[in-house]
Design a binder for this molecule. Structure first.
Ligand code: ADP
Ligand code: ADP
Length: 236
């Protein structure tokens, strides 16, 4: 269970997130919708500690996330894998290496500098790519792939972290409808088969309706809707 307790985040005079309280049970598939500027990214970034709340706190399985530091913080950031709109791959490196980069949080800094991956890790990376149906691209430079393929590489990289949660910030906003479907299908499949919580910011309500069991609507930094897609249909 992820608990967001009365969390506020300010940037100067802007209140990006304003008194948000949410409980998200393990294994839920959650879509956060709202206009640009509603506070969706800020909320996701606070969950994995890219930024900290100005007020309030976030708990996971009873542990306060803002109290983590050093190796426990690294472990938390491995537990919640991020997916971004612009994929955030290293374009000049091959796909397999990009996927292996998902293992870096598992290691000490010294080992990272050596930049050596074990046979087991390579096998794991290949099977993650197979799972996303893009193993044939393993040796290509990531930057040469289509957007839909790149996002699948990013999901494979996330799986290498063996996360409890995937936090996806507008994962399909840069994709055409066909690739958007492939990526959302992949996220749902991972959620259903592995019980990984998926929390995804989306800008289209239809996508949230089709894929998410719970929809959280945000406006002006606040939660203005929280319920099942069916409830939203009735109100609309
Ligand atoms: P959304 O993801 O819903 O588009 P954001 O969380 O990105 O919303 O932004 C919420 C508000 O906070 C916006 O007004 C945005 O300009 C502001 N904001 C977000 N990040 C920063 C930042 N690093 N510095 C200043 N303002 C920010
Ligand atoms: P998103 O597309 O996820 O809403 P944005 O394009 O709003 O993200 O923000 C991209 C980056 O710029 C983020 O790191 C965010 O924190 C930062 N940012 C957003 N709004 C502002 C702002 N008003 N001032 C400074 N930084 C901002």
């Amino acid at each position: 269970m992820l608990e967001i307790r009365n969390v506020t985040r300010r940037f100067g005079k802007t209140t990006a997130v304003n008194g948000v309280a949410l409980e998200i049970p393990q294994g839920q598939m959650v879509g956060i919708i709202g206009r640009s500027g509603a506070g969706k990214s800020t909320l996701l970034r606070m969950i994995n500690r890219l930024i900290d709340p100005s007020h309030g706190s976030i708990f996971f399985a009873g542990t306060e996330v803002s109290g983590l530091h050093g190796s426990t913080l690294r472990r938390w950031q491995r537990d919640c894998a991020m997916i971004f709109q612009q994929f955030n791959l290293v374009p000049r490196l091959d796909v397999l290496t990009n996927v292996l980069l998902g293992r870096l949080n598992h290691r000490s800094t010294a080992l990272n500098l050596l930049n050596i991956f074990s046979r087991e890790e390579r096998a794991m990376a290949i099977s993650a790519l197979e799972r996303l149906d893009i193993a044939q691209t393993a040796l290509q430079r990531a930057g040469t792939l289509s957007g839909g393929q790149q996002q699948r590489v990013a999901i494979a990289r996330a799986l290498m972290q063996q996360p409890k949660m995937i936090l996806a910030d507008e994962p399909i906003a840069s994709l055409d409808p066909l690739n958007a479907k492939v990526v959302m299908d992949a996220l749902r499949d991972i959620n259903l088969r592995e019980g990984i919580t998926v929390i995804t910011n989306l800008h289209t309500l239809d996508t949230a309706r089709n894929y998410c069991e719970r929809i959280i609507g945000m406006a002006g930094g606040k939660v203005v809707f929280d319920g099942a897609p069916e409830e939203l249909t009735r109100e609309a």
